[in-house]
Design a protein around this ligand. Structure first.
Ligand code: HEM
Length: 462
C-alpha cells in the first residue's frame, strides 16, 4: 500500500508558497508542522516539493548510505556558487570530494586537536580580556557577535595561520559582513519562487558582490602563506597546498584550494558561534545547570585568576559537554541535512520516493521526538549523562549530519566550545540585564540575535 505524504493545507497552483514564513519563523513553522503532521510531511512551492523528515525510524532509514546520499539543493545548492567543489558543496561522486576529504582528514585527528589547543586558548583570552573590561565598566556585551569574533579568529589562526584580529575591531570583520550578506541573499533566492531570479537582478548582483569580496579575502589568506614560502603541512592550509593525494599523486588544484579555504572559514566558525551563544543563553536561563557547570570548573581550577586549561582538562569537562550537547539538541545551529534516494524506493513503510528525490532531515524536529522523553522542550543536560547516552538510539541525535558527509570539524568545534564555555562560566556571573527573550536569525544556520549580557567577575563567594 502506498500513501500520500501528509501536508499542511495548500492553495491551488502555488501550494505552500504563501503559507511558509521566511527566515527563522519558517524554521519554527517547520518544527510545528512536524509535531502536527508526524514523522514525514511534504511542503510544495509551485512545482518544487520538499519532504521533511523528523521521526526516528524514518531518519534511521535515511541514514542508510546504501540507499541515500547527500543532496545538494535548496540553500546548499545555491551555495555551490561561492563554495564550488569545496567539501561542503561537492557532490559525492566528484573526484575532488574524496581527494580533499583524504588530504584533510588528518588535520582533524585527536593529535591535531592537541596542536590547535594553545591557539584556541590564546583567542579565548582575547575574549576574556574584552569581557573583563566590560565587567569593570559595567557595559553589556553582545554575545553572538563576540562568539563570532572568537570562532572566526580561531579557525583563521588554527587552520590558516591568519589573524582576522576581530577583537581589535568595533565592527565585525568584512569577511563576516560579506558572509552574512551572501547567506541572506542565498536564503532569499532559495525562498523565492523558482525561476524568478531574473526578476530580482538587484539581489543576484548583491549575492555576486558578496561572493567576490569573500574570494578576495580568501586570496589574501592564501597569498599571506605563499609569500612566507612555508611548505609545512601542519595546518589546514599547509595540507591543502602541499600534501599530495595518495590515489592520484597530485595536490589540490588552485581553484579547489580557493573553494576549500572559503568553505572552511565559513563552516568552521558560523555554526560554532551559534552553539556557544545558545549554550550561554541556556545557562543564563537555567541557574541550576549553571551552578553545576560552575561546580565542575571550580573543582578543576579552584579560584585561580588565570586558569591554564590543558588539552587533557577539556576531556574532563563532562558536564560542560552535556550542556553543549543539550544546546545542540534544542537549537542545532545547522538546521538540517538533505539526502536523496539512490534508486526509486519506499520510505516510512508506504511513501514512494523517486530516484534523486530529496528529503530534508530537520534536526530540531528530530531532536524533539518522543524518544527523548516526556518534556522535550525542557533544557536538561542530564539527557546526555553517560548512562542515558549509552541507551540512546544512534540516529536520534544528528546535529553534525550523517555518514561520510557528516561534519569533518566536529571535534574541533566541540573542543573549542567546551574550553571556552568552561573559561567563561569559571570567570563570570552572567547577568541577564535585559530579561532576554530568545530571538532567532536563520539563514542556513540559526543563532540567537540581540542577546546581550552584563558580567561580573566571580569571587570565591559566588
Ligand atoms: C559538514 C554541522 C562545525 C567543517 C557539516 C554538516 C553538518 C555540520 C550538519 C553536514 C552538512 C550536510 O550534510 O549538508 C556543524 C555544526 C558545527 C560544525 C553544528 C558546530 C557546532 C564545523 C567546523 C568545521 C566544519 C568547526 C571546520 C573546522 C565542515 C565541513 C563539512 C561539514 C568541511 C563538509 C564535510 C564533507 O561533506 O566532507 N557540518 N559543523 N564544521 N562541516 Fe561542520
Amino acid at each position: 500500500t502506498t500513501g500520500r505524504f501528509p501536508e499542511p493545507p495548500a492553495l491551488p497552483l502555488v501550494g505552500h508558497a504563501l503559507t511558509v514564513p521566511r527566515g527563522a519563523d519558517g524554521l519554527l513553522y517547520m518544527i510545528r508542522q512536524a509535531k502536527k503532521l508526524g514523522p514525514l510531511y511534504r511542503i510544495r512551492v509551485l512545482g518544487e516539493e520538499t519532504i521533511v523528515a523528523s521521526g526516528l525510524d524514518v531518519v534511521t532509514e535515511l541514514s542508510d548510505e546504501t540507499r541515500f546520499r547527500k543532496h545538494m539543493g535548496g540553500a546548499t545548492g545555491i551555495l555551490r556558487e561561492p563554495g564550488g567543489d569545496g567539501l561542503v558543496t561537492a557532490h559525492d561522486d566528484e573526484p575532488n570530494w574524496r581527494k580533499a576529504h583524504d588530504i584533510l582528514m588528518p588535520a582533524f585527528s585527536l593529535g591535531a586537536m592537541r596542536d590547535y589547543h594553545t591557539t584556541m586558548l590564546k583567542v579565548a583570552r582575547d575574549l576574556t580580556n574584552k569581557w573583563d573590561r566590560a565587567a569593570e565598566l559595567d557595559l553589556a556585551v553582545d554575545v553572538p557577535e563576540d562568539a563570532t569574533r572568537l570562532t572566526l579568529d580561531t579557525i583563521g589562526l588554527c587552520g590558516f595561520g591568519y589573524d582576522f584580529e576581530s577583537f581589535q575591531r568595533d565592527e565585525p570583520h568584512l569577511f563576516v559582513k560579506s558572509m552574512n550578506q551572501m547567506l541572506a541573499q542565498a536564503n532569499h533566492l532559495n525562498e523565492s519562487l523558482p525561476g524568478t531570479e531574473h526578476l530580482q537582478p538587484g539581489r543576484t548582483a548583491q549575492f555576486r558582490d558578496s561572493i567576490a569580496t569573500l574570494h578576495r579575502i580568501v586570496d589574501e589568506v592564501i597569498q599571506h602563506r605563499r609569500v612566507t614560502r612555508d611548505t609545512s603541512t601542519g595546518d589546514l592550509l599547509g595540507r591543502m597546498l602541499h600534501t599530495t593525494d595518495e590515489v592520484t599523486g597530485e595536490p589540490l588544484d588552485d581553484t579547489n584550494v580557493r573553494y576549500q579555504v572559503l568553505t572552511f572559514l565559513i563552516a568552521g566558525h558560523e555554526t560554532t558561534s551559534g552553539l556557544l551563544s545558545f549554550a550561554l543563553y541556556m545557562l543564563t536561563k537555567h541557574p541550576e545547570a549553571l551552578a553545576r557547570a560552575q561546580a565542575e570548573v571550580d573543582a578543576l581550577w579552584g579560584d585561580t585568576d588565570q586558569p591554564e586549561p590543558t588539552h587533557g582538562d577539556v576531556g574532563k569537562l563532562t558536564y560542560m559537554r552535556q550542556v553543549l550537547d543539550e544546546s545542540l539538541r534544542l537549537w542545532p545551529s545547522a538546521i538540517g541535512h538533505a539526502v536523496e534516494a539512490r534508486e526509486d524506493t519506499v520510505i516510512g513503510g508506504k511513501y514512494p520516493v523517486r530516484k534523486g528525490q530529496h528529503v530534508l532531515v530537520l534536526h530540531a524536529a528530530l531532536h524533539r521526538q518522543p524518544e527523548w522523553g516526556d518534556n522535550v522542550e525542557l533544557f536538561d543536560p542530564e539527557r546526555f549523562s553517560p548512562e542515558r547516552e549509552a541507551e540512546r538510539p544512534v540516529h536520534l541525535f544528528k546535529p553534525f549530519g550523517n555518514g561520510q558527509r557528516a561534519c569533518i570539524g566536529r571535534q574541533f568545534a566541540l573542543h573549542e566550545a567546551t574550553m571556552v564555555l568552561a573559561l567563561l562560566v569559571h570567570r563570570y556571573r552572567l547577568i541577564d540585564h535585559a530579561d532576554y527573550r530568545l530571538r532567532l536569525v536563520s539563514t542556513i544556520t540559526v543563532r540567537p540575535t540581540d542577546f546581550t549580557l552584563r558580567l561580573r567577575r566571580r569571587t570565591t563567594a559566588d
